[in-house]
Design a protein around this ligand. Structure first.
Ligand code: PEP
Length: 258
């Protein structure tokens, strides 16, 4: 049985005071959760605070974006090596908000994925379809295109040290969570696509679900055979709610679908 991984994506939220209160409330609640690993991805300015507050806890941390260049004249950007200096383990790449609002295309996402790995970070590669794409019944084509762009540039072996997050865009921040069937279908599609390249690697791959995951639906989603964890936005801003989701990971393992 794979362990579960639950990652909070704070997006552009928080303050020094709020973060401290949140993390101090969260850490004891997620201590020694059997088979569940927990991480939070924060805005860049708070990474030093996360390092200070989390280094003696079981919670890992990461960033929400990076620039694919090593260094240079890229005003306002942040390189992978800088994230490593602040103890980051993860970095989110290709979140739909970055694809939509900052016009990051599949090619740039693949370059970010490679830059993250070259520095020793674990990229969390987000893929997922818009509502229009789902209604046009091209979900699988969209997800395949997003995956293939990274596979062809980074190589399938790169997925041995990566996480994939399936995040249907229509479910992000809307309260409209994918049904268990919808989530399982796409997760299984993702795993099978990777299996066609490398069977054992695909079986080990963590595929997270993201999109309005909450305490009330987490255990059910996390118990699906191909759902290995969650990428949690809004609900990760409440220690109570996020801890409850993490505990849902334990319950899902007890109910034991995989
Ligand atoms: C996200 O932004 O990755 C996300 C899943 O957001 P939410 O949980 O708020 O839908």
């Amino acid at each position: 049985m794979r362990t579960k991984l639950v990652v909070g994506n704070w997006k552009m939220n928080g303050s020094l005071a709020e973060n401290e209160a949140l993390l101090k409330a969260l850490a004891p609640q997620v201590r020694e959760l059997p088979g569940v690993a927990v991480a939070v991805c924060a805005p860049f300015p708070y990474l030093a605070q996360l390092r200070a507050l989390l280094r003696d806890t079981e919670i890992s941390w990461g960033a929400q974006n990076l620039n694919h260049n090593r260094n240079g004249a890229y005003t306002g950007e942040v390189a992978a090596s800088m994230l490593v200096e602040f103890g980051c383990r993860f970095v989110i790449v290709g979140h739909s908000e970055r694809r939509a609002l900052y016009k990051e295309d599949d090619n740039v996402v693949a370059e970010k994925f490679i830059a993250a790995q070259s520095a020793g970070l674990t990229p969390i590669l987000c893929v997922g379809e818009t509502l229009e794409e789902r209604q046009s019944e091209i979900t699988e084509q969209v997800v395949a295109r997003q995956l293939d762009a990274v596979i062809s540039k980074a190589g399938i072996e790169a997925f041995a040290k990566a996480v994939v997050a399936y995040e249907p865009v229509w479910a992000i921040g809307t309260g409209q969570t994918a049904t268990p069937q919808q989530a399982q279908d796409v997760h299984s599609f993702i795993r099978n696509r990777l299996k066609s390249h490398n069977l054992s690697l695909a079986e080990q791959l963590f595929i997270l679900y993201g999109g309005s995951m909450k305490s009330g639906n987490a255990a059910q989603l996390l118990s699906l055979p191909d759902v290995d964890g969650g990428l949690v936005g809004g609900a990760s801003l409440s220690a109570q709610e996020f801890a409850e989701i993490c505990r849902g990971g334990v319950l899902s393992r007890i109910s034991g679908a995989r």
